[in-house]
Ligand binder design. Structure first.
Ligand code: GLP
Length: 244
């Protein structure tokens, strides 16, 4: 779906999330959200915070799993996704802290495979992700599933693409400070979500959005796999839709 601007699209998704949270609350059930970082979802979180403050939207029944985190990185580091999520959402709502899950940037390297399996198991234990929010990187990555990530991948340690590191250099000050690795949910982890909502805004996303929707499905472009999902929506602004 194409929207007038990023703000319209973000509100649409935020309102869908709020409806889901409230519906589950009315049934005394938890709502499991898959969350994303980057500049794209910021307005969604802003709208959710506004609804918490002004419209009694409570997060007491919400469980979250973030897609990814750089590795290694300390949670208090300015570029960490832990910090991003706290500053943009968790610090401003009534979510129960033990319901928040973000891949660790500090787990000892040798424990990472077991850690990633546990992350995957925990998602299943909560009954899977009800709604996964996604952005898209210019390499066609979702989470940090860079080109080469196959359809069957699960949560794991990955090496970042050089274009992704270049795009992240502005956040880290210089390229050499951008971590080489990350922990990310896999393509299959994402595909198991019941609903997927992908946001893409701006001219710099136009080409990759077009390719993700129209190129042959393959691991060369991990976002192309999303087309197989039964409840997947792209929400784009005019600039990101300009190559369609
Ligand atoms: C990072 C994140 C992705 C995100 C992408 C796009 O690589 N790991 O989840 O989709 O950046 O970022 P932005 O939304 O800032 O364009």
């Amino acid at each position: 779906a194409r929207f007038r601007d990023a703000s319209e699209a973000s509100k649409r998704v935020a309102h869908e999330i709020a409806r889901l949270i409230r519906q589950r609350a009315s049934e005394n059930r938890r709502c499991v959200l898959g969350l994303a970082t980057g500049s794209t979802p910021i307005r969604v979180y802003r709208e959710l915070v506004r609804m918490h403050r002004e419209e009694n939207l409570s997060f007491f029944n919400v469980v979250t799993f973030n897609l990814d985190e750089y590795f290694p990185i300390k949670p208090e580091s300015p570029q960490s996704y832990h910090r991003f999520m706290n500053e943009n959402l968790f610090n401003h709502v009534d979510i129960i802290r033990s319901n928040v899950h973000i891949p660790s940037g500090t787990v000892p390297l040798e424990n990472a495979p077991g850690y990633c399996r546990d992350y995957e198991d925990l998602i299943l234990k909560f009954g899977g992700i009800d709604l996964q929010l996604l952005g898209i990187g210019r390499t066609g990555h979702i989470g940090f599933n860079e080109p080469g990530s196959t359809r069957d991948t699960l949560t794991r340690m990955v090496r970042l693409d050089s274009l992704t590191r270049k795009d992240a250099a502005k956040d880290f000050g210089e390229l050499d400070r951008v971590p080489l690795l990350a922990i990310t949910m896999g393509v299959d982890t994402i595909m198991q979500s019941k609903r997927i909502r992908l946001l893409a805004f701006g001219e710099h996303k136009a080409r990759i959005v077009q390719q993700a929707l129209q190129n042959r499905m393959s691991s060369a472009l991990p976002a192309s796999y999303l087309r197989q999902h039964p409840d997947m929506q792209y929400l784009v602004d005019g600039a990101a839709a300009s190559c369609l």
